[in-house]
Design a protein around this ligand. Structure first.
Ligand code: PLP
Length: 231
């Protein structure tokens, strides 16, 4: 896959940041509340270097081994977040290589991550992935199970729950994504109230639907294609 030059990347990133700022203005929100996570999956390690040079805090990867390989190829000061499905048997490797895991969707995985984080002597920040669009094709806990999952997560001493994450169903109808994001926001508000925890992070919105996500309260958009081109 042909990689962009840094200047080409910078022009794309400036455009995305301007779109985020415009969406925030439209929604009456402060743009400082919405982080741009650069999704570097399938792109070479240089993509993470570009993101760091541009000043982004973190990159997102969806496979553990791919991220491990890239991290050894570049030594940039940037955080790594896991946004793809994680199997329990890879929990230890994920804890060793990621600053945060966003794709946590089962009690079994919580247990494995907690044990691995405790062994590593660290507190692992996580997000709970919720299937807020009720999409049979997506991972994520069902909304009806979210409260039980959060209760279990809050009992794990080596995990810190920062908030929730979702992926909208693929659809030609923009109302589907909008409904999904509003649903995640409502689930977050309900759970934050019930458990008296902030759950500040709402990781939602990608290249194609980040405007709707920001309108619904996203605090982090995960953007790959709009920054690095198609995969
Ligand atoms: C690939 C991916 C993204 C980025 O998608 P784009 O459409 O390329 O912006 C965001 N979130 C997750 C979970 C992904 O797997």
């Amino acid at each position: 896959m042909l990689m962009l030059t840094y200047d080409q990347f910078k022009a794309r990133a400036d455009t995305v940041q301007a779109q985020i700022a415009a969406a925030c203005a439209q929604a009456g929100r402060n743009p400082a509340e919405v982080e741009l996570l650069a999704v570097t999956k399938t792109h070479p390690a240089a993509a993470a270097e570009y993101a760091a040079r541009y000043g982004l805090r973190a990159v997102g990867e969806n496979r553990v081994q791919e991220a491990v390989d890239k991290r050894t190829q570049c030594s940039v000061a940037i955080k790594w977040e896991l946004i793809g499905h994680l199997q329990s048997n890879k929990a230890k490797l994920a804890v060793e290589n990621f600053d945060r895991v966003q794709s946590v969707d089962s009690a079994k995985l919580l247990k494995h991550l907690d044990r691995a984080a405790a062994t590593a002597g660290r507190i692992l920040p996580i997000l709970l992935q919720i299937n807020a669009g009720n999409d049979p094709a997506k991972f994520g806990a069902e909304p009806a199970d979210a409260a039980a999952l959060l209760g279990f997560a809050l009992d794990q001493s080596a995990l810190q729950v920062d908030g929730l994450m979702t992926i909208a169903p693929l659809s030609d109808d923009p109302a589907v994504a909008q409904r999904t994001f509003e649903n995640l926001r409502t689930i977050r508000d309900t759970l934050a109230d019930k458990f008296a925890v902030p759950l500040r992070e709402l990781s939602m919105g990608m290249s194609g639907d980040m405007i709707a996500a920001i309108a619904a309260g996203s605090t982090q958009v995960r953007v790959g294609t709009a920054l690095f081109g198609s995969r």
